[in-house]
Design a protein. Structure first.
Length: 352
């Protein structure tokens, strides 16, 4: 009987009922939390992500993925056990931020350009913060110290690449996509890359106007999903705050932080960052416990990405056969490696 009550679907159902009760008990707080989430989506996330999503769709339609697949295959396979097409996802994921890497990986999987295991490896290390948010929002906006950007960027992005190298051992026995055949008699690798791009463009066949329309429609649908998740998690956090659940979680983290020597004032940043990146990074900047520890918690928040981003990634992965668990393990590893790199690189890259 107890086992039946602990089934995941039953647990989620009871959680949903509990949230409905809380929404009725705290309607004003829920409305304000939803408004804050909607404001963050409309004023920050939509203008930051939407252009990159449209551009990435256009580049897929124009065959840029096939072009880079030919060129980058000799680099991607030995480092990450991924086909060269993954190089496009790496570049766009690191430039655009979450969840662009997962979106593009799902598209590569739909086109059979990566296997399931390769897609899981790719999503695992291309889910990162974009440089504009890391520098503009976190370093300047929350910490008021642009000199902090180099150490945050080095720790966050280097640890992401380390995760990619480690994830090459994920599903070691699985056979990956075959490497592209390079015919020496047909010219250089660059020439064959252009030929592959041209062939992919011909196979796509859509006129530019139709391609642009499809890109905008697809990107808009994804942005609506992202916006809904941001509003939903903003409301959940406020409801948990009203029921003192967050305070209880902070109390549990206080004991852990005391054990490992971190200031207790950083527990709020860790709790908020567990759920949402922006709130966690803002709390880390306001903690006033010493810049080194604050930077370590901030980079942990950026690398963990928050359950709000996790829900976005899970939504994208659910459209394919790729699994969420490898992504979850990679986020945990990424966040720990990033913190370690902050402490290791502080004397070299930290602000002085």
């Amino acid at each position: 009987m107890l086992k039946a009550w602990l089934r995941p679907d039953i647990t989620v159902a009871w959680a949903a009922i509990g949230l409905c009760v809380l929404l009725m008990l705290f309607p004003s707080e829920a409305l304000h939390a939803s408004s804050r989430g909607l404001s963050v989506w409309w004023e920050v996330l939509f203008p930051a992500l939407f252009p990159f999503l449209v551009l990435s769709e256009l580049m897929l339609g124009f065959g840029i993925v096939h072009f880079l697949g030919k060129l980058l295959d000799p680099l991607m396979r030995p480092l990450f056990r991924l086909p060269g097409a993954g190089g496009f996802v790496v570049a766009m994921g690191y430039i655009s931020g979450y969840p662009v890497g997962a979106k593009l990986t799902a598209q590569l999987r739909e086109q059979q350009l990566v296997t399931r295991a390769e897609g899981e490896r790719l999503v695992a290390f291309t889910t990162t913060s974009d440089p504009i948010f890391l520098i503009g929002a976190v370093s300047v906006g929350f910490f008021h110290n642009v000199a902090l950007a180099p150490i945050l960027a080095a720790a966050h992005y280097s640890s992401g690449l380390l995760v990619g190298i480690i994830m090459r051992f994920h599903e070691r026995g699985e056979q990956g996509t075959p490497p592209p055949v390079i015919h020496t008699q047909e010219g250089s690798r660059l020439k064959q890359a252009f030929q592959a791009m041209h062939k992919a463009r011909e196979q796509d066949g859509r006129a530019f106007g139709r391609l642009l329309q499809d890109a905008i429609q697809s990107s808009t649908r994804l942005m609506i999903v992202i916006g809904g998740l941001v509003v939903f998690f903003s409301t959940i956090m406020e409801m948990l705050n009203q029921t003192t659940v967050l305070h209880s979680l902070s109390g549990a983290l206080n004991a852990l932080f005391s054990l490992i020597g971190l200031p207790k004032q950083l527990t709020d940043a860790a709790v908020f960052g567990l759920f949402e990146v922006t709130l966690g990074a803002r709390a880390a900047g306001a903690a006033n416990t010493g810049l080194l520890h604050q930077a370590a918690i901030a980079v942990w928040v950026l690398s963990w990405a928050g359950l709000s981003v996790h829900a976005q990634i899970a939504s994208l992965l659910s459209q394919t056969d790729m699994r969420y668990r490898p992504f979850l393990m990679a986020r945990a590893l990424h966040s720990l490696l990033a913190v370690a790199l902050v402490y290791a690189l502080w004397g070299w890259l930290g602000p002085h």
